[in-house]
Ligand binder design. Structure first.
Ligand SMILES: Cc1cc2nc3c(=O)[nH]c(=O)nc-3n(C[C@H](O)[C@H](O)[C@H](O)COP(=O)(O)O)c2cc1C
Length: 172
């Protein structure tokens, strides 16, 4: 699908990209560029709390799980984050609110608001305050490729070198 779309509009591919080989692959398929988030969280220049960076360095791809939504009538914004107690408690909160809804002790609008409010500020709690157990440790599956804190210039240099090698191999 990417090659067809990229013929008419510039496409930037995002999500799960951790190495230059993947960048080369998408450029080869016609992408104008890529967007990486997770790979830069542990940059020396990143203001993320040391606990947040440590959680990234320890995590593997399987630890970055999509948010759980227990009932379609109580929508949850889908995000990927590292498994932690906060995620479990959020699932429990959804069950509790769904039960209140079934019992008629809460109206639909109020129930949806309770779900939304419960997780509000959770990203800040983890990234800035460093509470990686109860905050939302948002991370893509490329978190498994984050192994140390390093300057942005080094991350970019690695990505560029990997992409260039991959593109050269394809051209040969
Ligand atoms: C710490 C962190 C916070 C993020 N916050 C948001 C957000 O508030 N809204 C959003 O749409 N995406 C958010 N994202 C997801 C980014 O959009 C995503 O990282 C980006 O598209 C690239 O994907 P990647 O992280 O797999 O490289 C966040 C990602 C991280 C790592």
């Amino acid at each position: 699908m990417l090659p067809e779309i990229a013929e008419s509009v510039p496409v930037f591919v995002a999500g799960g990209i951790g190495r230059g080989e993947a960048i080369a692959g998408y450029l080869d398929m016609g992408a104008a560029g890529v967007q990486l988030g997770t790979r830069f969280v542990c940059a020396t220049e990143s203001i993320a709390h040391p606990n947040f960076k440590k959680a990234f360095i320890r995590a593997s791809a399987r630890d970055a799980v999509a948010s759980v939504q227990i009932a379609p009538r109580l929508p949850v914004i889908p995000v990927r984050a590292l498994k932690n107690a906060g995620g479990e408690l959020f699932t429990a909160k959804q069950r509790e609110v769904a039960q209140s809804l079934d019992e008629g002790s809460v109206a639909m609008a109020e129930a949806q608001l309770q779900i939304e409010h419960y997780w509000a500020g959770a990203l800040r709690r983890a990234v800035i305050d460093g509470d990686v157990e109860h905050g939302s440790v948002m991370a893509g599956q490329s978190v498994g490729m984050v192994t140390k804190e390093e300057p942005i210039a080094d991350i970019i240099a690695s990505l560029m070198a990997e992409a260039a090698t991959a593109l050269d191999k394809r051209a040969a």
